[in-house]
Ligand binder design. Structure first.
Ligand code: MN
Length: 209
């Protein structure tokens, strides 16, 4: 039986490199504690599922699990892992030359939202208005219309409201763990600052895939 566990990816930049928009302290904690936590939890759940599978039918073992609770928790932790993996990649330091919006993705945004400014407003409002913890996501739905379409989606927690058919091009984590030490309760200010470190080159690459 094949067993693949999840791994914490390295960041494509240093912990200090997104300053002053995201501090070294916040980025370090976010990556090494929070993201690592989702990876560890997902792997622990997989371990339990594998154990239950392997011992199924054995009379002397009682490893059967509560699939309702395990599946729900696995969905939360795996989605948390996947979103954070994308989140690290769609940011880049301001001296990287990757923060300038350009190319086909910008044309697609203009076609779908009217203008880049309008898109940013709608995306920021979506992020600001997440109740509790969650994400704002720009997703591409290829089956919709002749050329596909872009949509802004609000995800609660890591996995509520997410549609697997849609490819995530850009995502913003508005869990408090991602900004509270830097911005306190001012989520709007964090969102405004975050636009400075968006890696448009990577967003464009994901779109052209
Ligand atoms: Mn997070």
């Amino acid at each position: 039986m094949e067993k693949n566990s999840y791994k914490l990816p390295n960041l494509p930049y240093g912990y200090k490199d997104l300053e002053p928009y995201i501090s070294e302290e916040v980025l370090t904690l976010h990556h090494t504690k929070h993201h690592q936590g989702y990876v560890n939890a997902a792997n622990a759940l997989l371990e339990r599922i594998w154990n239950a599978r392997e011992s199924s039918g054995a009379q002397d073992k009682n490893t059967e699990i509560d699939y309702k609770s395990v599946s729900k928790s696995l969905s939360f932790n795996v989605a948390g892992h996947i979103l954070h993996e994308i989140f690290w990649k769609i940011m880049a330091p301001t001296n990287s030359g990757k923060n300038k919006p350009q190319g086909e993705i910008i044309k697609a945004i203009e076609n779908n939202f009217g203008s880049l400014e309008r898109f940013k407003t709608e995306f920021s409002e979506t992020a600001k208005s997440v109740e509790g913890s969650g994400w704002a996501v720009l997703a591409y739905h290829k089956e919709h219309g002749d050329n596909g379409s872009l949509a802004i989606i609000q995800i609660e927690k890591h996995n509520v409201n997410f549609y697997p058919e849609q490819k995530i091009l850009l995502c913003l984590d508005v869990w408090e763990h991602g900004y509270y030490l830097d911005y306190k309760n001012d989520r709007a200010k964090f969102i405004e600052s975050w636009w400075n470190v968006v890696n448009w080159e990577e967003v464009g690459r994901r779109f052209s895939e």
